[in-house]
Design a protein around this ligand. Structure first.
Ligand SMILES: [Zn+2]
Length: 190
């Protein structure tokens, strides 16, 4: 048996295991040997007033990508509303983790941009604080006036590449992403 054939069988066994234990993804159905649509189940039960923002952000990511779908079908990704401390994301593994949206920060920066950015971390993207509003992962470095909630084509294709094949590839291990939305400089008075 060729190594290629053996690898295919191993991939098949791994896919079966994922389906059986129900984690980290559900509904992972191979469309072909090299293409796979993964489902990241997100939960807004603790998202408070940001629940609808999470739904909007999921829709943006679904429209921008081909290999991953966010759906309210479970708790791979939990969204939390918090008060103070800054918005952040904790990624346990690709497609699994928690997103925390700081209510006060969302009064300074676009809540939808914060949400899609933090979900971007769960989908495998790192920060890129280059101040470019066209990038989602530039976060707060693009300033409070930047309200762009859409990933660039490069950011979207990066997510697609991370979610292609089994096992999902890329440097997407456990990581905490903090400080993406710095407090704006205080306005000089007098
Ligand atoms: Zn970030």
């Amino acid at each position: 048996m060729s190594p290629r054939r053996i690898r295919r069988i191993l991939v098949g066994l791994l896919a079966g295991t994922v389906a059986t234990i129900g984690a980290p993804f559900v509904g992972a159905t191979p469309a072909s040997a090299t293409s796979l649509a993964a489902t990241v189940c997100y939960n807004t039960s603790q998202a408070g007033s940001f629940a609808s923002t999470a739904v909007q952000a999921a829709s943006i990511w679904n429209n921008a990508t081909n290999n991953v779908t966010l759906s309210q079908c479970g708790s791979n990704l939990r969204i939390y509303q918090i008060y103070g401390g800054g918005s952040y994301a904790i990624r346990n593994s690709l497609g699994n983790g928690s997103v925390y949206i700081d209510t006060y920060q969302a009064q300074q920066y676009s809540p939808l941009r914060i949400m899609t950015h933090e979900i971007g971390h769960i989908l495998g993207l790192p920060d890129n604080y280059n101040g470019n509003c066209a990038l989602l992962m530039s976060g707060g470095s693009a300033g409070t006036s930047c309200t762009n909630p859409y990933p660039s084509s490069g950011e979207a294709s990066r997510v697609d590449s991370l979610f292609s094949g089994i096992p999902f590839a890329g440097t997407t291990g456990a990581q905490v992403f903090e400080g993406s939305w710095p407090a704006p400089a205080p306005v000089a008075v007098g």
